[in-house]
Write a protein that binds this ligand. Structure first.
Ligand code: SF4
Length: 393
């Protein structure tokens, strides 16, 4: 009898509650949670501001390093909160200075981020999901399948740990953050949206220096449009006509190009917020001169800046980058039509630079678990449609 009662009680109480991670809290959430914690302990209100400074304006790695808190308060904070960054697994540095990091997350998932130095700026590309469910054919992450959503703490933690790594090596401050690593950020809005707030107002990056990249999740674009901050948006376009786009990006079946462009026009609000088109140029696939007029038309409608990106080869398809002359022909055509355009030179080619490729090289098991295979979708559009899942929150 006693034993049965104990079993029931222990089942009811469940496992101990997970301590929340300070890195995943927006400044307001941090003020509430940590402020409440100190208030309950009879501590002054400024303690929460001290903690916020340690989180957002220092390179401290642990609560134990928050030396302007009394020792007893550090211990109490530690009992109630975590302060964990992703754990560095591998660093790969290119001859051109590009540095790719693999981060080990709780549960064994591994994600990538990339630091890209350029004159006057240091851009950090971060991941929002472990793997990706959207199966774009040109993308190494797309071939790996979906692992899980990242939390806001894991997203902001990539920034914090990368910024410290860059600072320790004299690379300067991270000036720009782009959500162009593993995963579709607008399919993980539950974590990405608070992470945007944390990067913007916690770390003070500034919304115009933060770019969310999407293959076209319309509800996510609409949600970003409703936010008051001036975050940048990049659309992975890669084809200006629906038939070809469907071949490259299965999500086109769910969110067709014409509806996507309408959503982008609303986002842009007549030039208020810049949209960038990413156009990976693949030889013989999407570099036909006949595609230039529809590309110019779409870019003109949303006043987009166009980035032409020579394809970075991946092991899963035998595609090659477009010839240089073809890339230049697209650049000139856009330029002459008044569309702002740049050719983005590939960086870090010597370090498995394509998104998801370093992880696939180092952790091959994390690229073979998906039921959704890009090739399979391409061969059977109908089947692909029913299997395609966004894993949206
Ligand atoms: S391009 Fe982006 S959305 Fe498409 S499979 Fe790769 S990570 Fe996912």
């Amino acid at each position: 009898m006693t034993s049965a009662h104990q079993d029931t009680a222990s089942t009811r109480s469940g496992p101990p509650a997970e301590r929340p991670n300070l890195l995943g809290m927006t400044p307001a959430e941090l003020g509430d949670a940590v402020g409440g914690h100190f208030r309950d302990r009879g501590q002054p209100a400024y303690r929460a501001r001290q903690v916020a400074r340690w989180v957002h304006a220092s390179a401290a790695r642990s609560i134990g390093e928050m030396t302007d808190l009394p020792l007893a308060e550090r211990d109490a904070l530690e009992r109630s909160f975590r302060f964990d960054e992703p754990v560095l697994d591998t660093v790969s540095v290119s001859a051109d200075g590009t540095a790719k990091h693999l981060w080990m997350l709780r549960g064994g998932e591994v994600v990538e981020s990339v630091l890209i130095p350029a004159p006057g700026r240091l851009t950090l590309c971060i991941s929002s999901q472990a793997g990706c469910a959207l199966a774009c054919r040109f993308c190494a992450t797309g071939w790996s399948g979906f692992g899980r959503q990242l939390s806001a703490a894991e997203i902001a933690g990539q920034y914090r740990a990368s910024a410290r790594w860059a600072g320790e090596r004299g690379m300067g401050n991270v000036s720009n953050v782009v959500f162009m690593g593993m995963g579709e950020p607008l399919a993980n809005r539950g974590a990405v949206f608070p992470a945007l707030t944390i990067l913007n107002s916690g770390y003070g990056l500034g919304a115009r220096r933060i770019t969310v990249s999407t293959v076209g999740v319309i509800p996510g674009i609409e949600a970003l449009t409703r936010r008051p901050e001036q975050f940048r948006l990049a659309l992975s376009l890669h084809a200006p006509v629906p038939e070809l786009r469907r071949e490259l990006i299965p999500l086109e079946q769910r969110y067709p190009l014409d509806q996507l462009i309408t959503a982008l026009e609303a986002f842009n609000r007549g030039g208020g917020r810049r949209v960038t088109f990413e156009y990976t140029m693949i030889r013989g696939v999407n570099d036909d001169p006949a595609l230039l007029p529809p590309l110019i038309d779409l870019a003109t409608r949303v006043q987009a800046f166009v980035n032409l990106i020579p394809f970075n080869p991946i092991p899963y398809v035998d595609w090659r980058p477009s010839h240089r002359e073809r890339v230049q022909a697209f650049r000139s055509g856009l330029d002459e039509a008044g569309v702002p355009v740049a050719v983005r030179e590939p960086r870090g080619r010597d370090i498995d630079a394509a998104c998801g490729q370093l992880r696939a090289t180092r952790y091959p098991a994390q690229r073979t678990r998906s039921k959704i295979r890009p090739q399979r979708i391409s061969r059977s559009q109908g089947k692909g449609r029913s299997e395609l899942r966004l894993y949206e929150k």
